[in-house]
Design a protein around this ligand. Structure first.
Ligand code: PFF
Length: 443
């Protein structure tokens, strides 16, 4: 079967960075940072990125590019008959589960984008009430979730070069530009320095074992590693793409965007004097309020700032959801020899059903729980606490210990290969293993 390919190196890096940069950077990172000690969290986060998540990313690149196959097929090519293939199935399952609940928040983002563009989020609303009424209603979130999934579907069904690469090349630079404009806006607000100080002064008294677990979870989620997303993308890389430097590029872009999101949110939040650790509602309740307070006197500015912000969030969500969809689509397309659009339709339909179940867990199905959790929290729990770290552990261990050393060295083709081998074989598996087990024990 003819396989797609990214036509250029920059396309490959932008698509991978598009997968990494998402709601996790703009919605989750500032919240985690706010409640876990500001700069102290950032320092631990950076260590998790460098020693744990980045090695998994490089290992995924090695697996994908050397096998030229989807995440399940790659283990069948590289280690036929061995049980590593389980890690591939875990990746496909994780792709389905994350995409299902991620699309719910992405659907909220789409709704807020439309509302801010028609001026509905302008001064005068009770934003807490507005948000709660919206997420607990059965129809509206489901409708926006459906539209969002159809957008994702369209890009994936269009193909690797004409769909994923082409749209990443348009959306990523646009996203970086919007971030830059918004951060500049935010930093010039009165009292902005307070917010910067909060972001940049470490408070080590807040650092506990739980903060380390959160930092690793955030690093994995934010860099899209541990599920085989990047292995799938790397299977479309050409021979000239340098794996290590591409990974460094993706990690750098992702971290810069996360920290810049902090530069947008905290100066604005401090400027109007609201709490910095107000949980996931930060983006949908606190920020509209911040926009209103900050620009209440000049509606045009409020309109521009909030409109740009939600467009930014939407673009980020879309480039990430495309990559999750692609893990599942590539698997079905290649394994069952279905056409790409047909495989993508199966993925979209299944995710739509599971996504609606997640969405209803905020309202009508609030009482429906498994292990004490609604579907949304359950899918988040299974993937973030279990499938992603375990997947990362297996991926590194496979490349460090079982994969043909010559092939790994040939794929890496870097003077850092010996260092990377130590990271794959020892540092990452041991570090991830300890944090993973502690996370499971502490619930
Ligand atoms: N990295 C994405 C974010 O930060 O929002 C989320 C994500 C995408 C996780 C793709 C996992 C994945 F496979």
């Amino acid at each position: 079967m003819e396989r797609g390919n990214f036509g250029s190196k920059i396309g490959a890096v932008l698509a991978s960075a598009g997968s990494a940069v998402g709601l996790g950077n703009i919605w989750r990172f500032p919240t985690e940072c706010g409640s876990n000690g500001g700069a102290a969290f950032i320092l631990i986060y950076l260590m998790c990125v460098f020693f744990l998540a980045m090695p998994v990313m490089v290992a995924e690149f090695v697996i994908g590019r050397s096998s030229h196959s989807n995440v399940v097929g790659s283990y069948r090519v590289l280690a036929p008959g061995k049980p590593w293939v389980v890690s591939g199935f875990m990746g496909v399952l994780a792709g389905f589960l994350v995409l299902s609940y991620y699309s719910v928040v992405a659907g909220w983002t789409l709704d807020y984008t439309c509302e801010s563009l028609v001026g509905n989020l302008m001064s005068g609303s009770d934003f807490g009430q507005h948000f709660n009424d919206f997420v607990s209603s059965p129809w509206r979130p489901a409708l926006f979730l459906t539209v969002f999934l159809l957008l994702t579907h369209y890009v994936v069904a269009t193909g690797v070069e004409k769909g994923i690469e082409r749209y990443s090349k348009i959306m990523m630079p646009l996203l970086l530009l919007i971030i830059f404009v918004l951060a500049a806006f935010s930093l010039t607000m009165p009292n902005a320095m307070e917010g910067l100080r909060f972001l940049l002064t470490p408070d080590f008294s807040k650092v506990t074992k739980d903060v380390v677990i959160s930092a690793m979870g955030q690093a994995f989620f934010s860099l899209s590693v541990g599920m085989g997303t990047l292995a799938t993308y790397a299977s479309y890389f050409n021979k000239e793409t340098r794996l290590f430097s591409s990974a460094v590029g993706v990690c750098t872009i992702d971290t810069l965007v996360a920290v810049s999101a902090g530069f947008i949110i905290f100066p604005a939040v401090f400027s109007v004097g609201v709490s910095a650790d107000s949980g996931p509602g930060l983006v949908f309740i606190t920020l509209p309020y911040v926009f209103q307070e900050a620009f209440g006197g000049v509606p045009v500015l409020e309109y521009i700032f909030s409109g740009l912000f939600y467009v930014l969030l939407l673009l980020a969500a879309l480039t990430s959801s495309i990559s999750m969809h692609e893990i599942c689509t590539a698997y079905i397309h290649e394994t069952f020899k279905l056409s790409r659009p047909k495989a993508a339709t199966i993925v979209t339909a299944l995710c739509l059903l599971m996504g609606i179940a997640c969405s209803l867990s905020f309202g009508l199905w609030k009482e429906v729980t498994v292990m004490g959790k609604g579907f949304f929290d359950l899918f988040d729990f299974i993937t973030a606490k279990f499938l992603m770290p375990l997947g990362g552990l297996l991926i590194c261990t496979f490349v460090g210990w079982d994969m043909n050393k010559k092939l790994v060295a040939q794929e890496l083709d870097s003077r850092f290969t010996p260092l990377l081998m130590v990271l794959f074989s020892w540092v990452a598996p041991i570090g991830i293993g300890i944090i993973f087990i502690y996370g499971l024990i502490s619930g």
